[in-house]
Design a binder for this molecule. Structure first.
Ligand SMILES: [Zn+2]
Length: 296
């Protein structure tokens, strides 16, 4: 039996997107499904707005889960150099990093990264009364010192590596093929990584901007992915973004309905990151070690 975690990134950022969290949680609630929102504690370097703080507090009360998504998310290089598949979403990401390399590389020390995470944790505690137990680096940009910083702060769970990037192939600069393609570079199940931090890899995303134009194909891809991961891992992480959902609510909610149905057909269930961490289910699922990947 596989437990599916529905994770949504970038909560806390952009006033119009408060609506995205409100409507999506309301839709999850119709399925009795609790979701995990990777939330930016100090978006673009500013405090959480009252509207976001109120919405986040309301959804915690309703049983949804908040986890930490960087500190400011002011750019895509907060915790490490650019990583795939973010580089396939924004082709300028790597060249821009290369131009700014001398300025950006000094960020990646244990001391500096730990201070950023600690500031985010303090904001979560003060503003929302939440102690995060999992971390997701913005844009998947990671470095080895990040894992030492997480370990030092008692954050033992991380979720950033992708099993599949097929969900971004509809973008104009990519292949256009929504065929199921999975990477072999990482295990398809949770794994033990640097400093003993447990990585819960992301299966795929089906609601990035523009996906609604090929809604039926994305739903088909999601069904194929759910069927395959149910045979390969006891835990699977699904990904959406607040802005991707808001790009086409009709598609996003159809996709959620189809995935809920596909999970039920496989005898699976849904849980939040907080739940699978608290129960020990995520730690128990990490029976393999991860490969040595980040260059920094
Ligand atoms: Zn993000």
């Amino acid at each position: 039996m596989t437990t599916f975690i529905w994770s949504i990134d970038d909560a806390g950022s952009g006033e119009p997107l408060v609506e995205s969290m409100r409507r999506t949680c309301a839709h999850f609630d119709t399925h009795g499904l609790a979701s995990t929102w990777f939330t930016i504690p100090k978006p673009q370097g500013s405090p959480l707005s009252p509207a976001w703080r109120d919405e986040l507090a309301r959804q915690i009360e309703a049983g949804h889960d908040l986890q930490l998504h960087g500190l400011t998310h002011a750019d895509c290089y907060e915790f490490g150099p650019p990583a795939w598949p973010a580089t396939a979403i924004q082709p300028a990401m790597q060249p821009t990093f290369d131009e700014r390399r001398a300025e950006l590389m000094p960020r990646y020390t244990v001391e500096k990264l730990q201070a950023r995470i600690a500031e985010g944790m303090a904001i979560f505690q003060e503003e929302l009364g939440v102690t995060p137990t999992a971390f997701r680096a913005p844009c998947g940009a990671i470095s080895k010192p990040l894992f030492t910083a997480l370990h030092n702060l008692g954050l033992r769970y991380h979720s950033v590596m992708y099993i599949s990037g097929s969900g971004y192939q509809h973008l104009p600069h990519n292949s256009g093929s929504l065929a199921q393609v999975w990477v072999d570079a990482i295990p398809h199940r949770p794994f033990v990584w640097y400093e003993g931090v447990i990585e819960a890899p992301i299966l795929n995303e089906y609601t990035w901007r523009g996906a609604g134009a090929r809604s039926a194909e994305f739903i088909d891809l999601a069904r194929q992915d759910v069927a395959r991961i149910a045979a390969e891992s006891p835990i699977a992480v699904l990904l959406m973004h607040t802005h991707g959902i808001a790009d086409d609510y009709t598609h996003a909610f159809r996709l959620i309905d189809a995935v809920v149905e596909a999970v039920a057909e496989r005898g699976g269930r849904f849980a939040t990151f907080a739940e699978v961490i608290r129960s020990g289910e995520l730690a128990a699922a990490a029976t393999v070690r991860g490969p040595d990947l980040p260059a920094v």
